[in-house]
Design a protein around this ligand. Structure first.
Ligand SMILES: Cc1ncc(COP(=O)(O)O)c(C=O)c1O
Ligand SMILES: [Zn+2]
Length: 397
């Protein structure tokens, strides 16, 4: 494997075992726990000036803090997305500043590209021929795109309710697609059955590969630089499995360790009321979620009833002094439409849960008037224009 100088290997978040990344490719060989990439921070010399002098051209500009070298990465220059000022929203929320990190400007229209860039690079370095995952839609599309670029076969399992665009684009990228009746749980079952029959398939499932949350931590690096090194008061993230939230919190911890920032931004998990296991566990003071028996939300990416990394997500919320909030589908769609109308930005329904969540947090008095709030727009609205438009239809518009 061609790794970066500081990349030290993988550490199990459960048993603490450490493993060579050449040999351990997915879950912990000892206990089956989640593996997390680790680095020798002493050999990384990064300061604000060095970073600021680099072109803002791709998430791979943080190569020292990623496992693989930019020159060997499977990349389409994902990341380096804009941080857009939203003055109308700031007025609504009664805070000094609201900015939206617009992940819709990624190659396949969502933040999933960051995770897949690193995970498919790892697959390629491990000499995989085939990659596989189950997804609500966006991750499957991203995986098919990056696998195609790396000349790997991709096997994507999607629930019937994933958006038309993601299904169409898995085909367009040359992926082998299986559409499963039911929801994400059924798609995961079909994927696991298929995996049991194909032991040469390389899983790209979240927190099964150690590399998807690793790619997503770059969202945090970027937004701090874009805020000219100001640590925001709150980062509101639309949470399903919590991959991006765990990644961003890790990124903040690393930058504090490197002396690039002093404080951790408060991370907030925004979920849809119809599937909010993280919010429930946070409010109950528990360290792990209880699975939601009947999940039901229009936010497909957030309909994750049994998020395996909930202990990591809950720890990130508590360690950063953040919080958790759930809003109804109707409020989520209203927020997507308000942002599109007032700020011009197009948010996917799943992403808009972060906007409606921020609204709700503001109403609860969670923010002070002088605060800076970052909202993650994890995916572009035009991938699900039909869902947004039909909400207007329901209102007679
Ligand atoms: C647009 C969008 N936002 C948010 C999420 C949830 O991401 P995470 O698993 O990091 O919580 C997804 C996942 O599918 C998504 O597609
Ligand atoms: Zn372990």
């Amino acid at each position: 494997m061609e790794t970066t100088d500081a990349f030290a290997g993988l550490e199990c978040t459960d048993c603490g075992g450490t493993f060579d990344a050449d040999e351990a490719t997915h879950r912990c060989p000892e206990c089956g726990g989640i593996l997390d990439p680790t680095y020798d921070y002493d050999v990384i010399s990064l300061d604000r000036e060095t970073l600021s002098s680099r072109p803002f051209d791709s998430m791979w500009r943080y190569e020292e803090l990623l496992p693989f070298r930019r020159e060997s990465a499977v990349t389409m220059d994902e990341g380096a997305t804009p941080l857009v000022e939203c003055p109308a929203l700031a007025d609504e929320l009664g805070v000094e500043r609201v900015v939206i990190k617009d992940e819709g400007r990624n190659p396949t229209g969502t933040f999933k590209d960051r995770g897949q860039s690193v995970a498919v690079t790892a697959a390629s370095q491990h000499d995989a021929t085939d990659v596989a995952l189950a997804s609500a839609g966006n991750a499957g599309q991203a995986a098919a795109a990056y696998a195609g670029r790396a000349d790997l076969e991709s096997h994507v399992f999607l629930p019937a309710r994933s958006s038309h665009t993601t299904k169409a684009m898995v085909n367009v990228h040359g992926g082998d697609m299986t559409v499963v009746g039911g929801r994400i749980g059924e798609a995961v079952e079909a994927y696991e059955d298929a995996l049991a029959e194909h032991d040469d398939w390389y899983p790209l499932q979240t927190f099964v590969t150690p590399y998807r949350h690793e790619g997503k931590k770059t969202m945090l690096y970027e937004l701090i630089e874009q805020l000219e090194w100001e640590t925001p008061d709150a980062v509101v993230y639309p949470t399903g499995g919590g991959v991006g939230l765990v990644g961003m919190h890790k990124g903040a911890t690393e930058w504090r360790e490197l002396g690039l920032i002093d404080e951790l931004p408060a991370m907030y998990a925004a979920q849809a009321s119809g599937c909010a296991p993280i919010v429930e566990a946070f409010e109950a003071g528990r360290d792990v979620h209880e699975p939601v028996e009947y999940p039901d939300t229009i936010c497909g990416g957030l309909e994750i009833p049994d998020p395996g990394a909930s202990p990591q997500v809950l720890e990130a919320l508590r360690e950063s002094d953040g919080g958790a909030v759930a809003t109804d589908d109707d409020d989520v769609l209203e927020a997507a439409i308000a942002v599109a109308k007032g700020e011009g930005l197009e948010m996917a329904p799943s992403a808009a849960a972060a906007a409606s969540g921020a609204w709700e947090l503001a109403e609860r008095g969670e923010f002070d008037g002088d605060e800076t709030v970052v909202i993650l727009n994890t995916g572009t609205g035009n991938k699900q224009a039909d869902v947004l438009r039909s909400h207007l239809m329901g209102k007679g518009i």
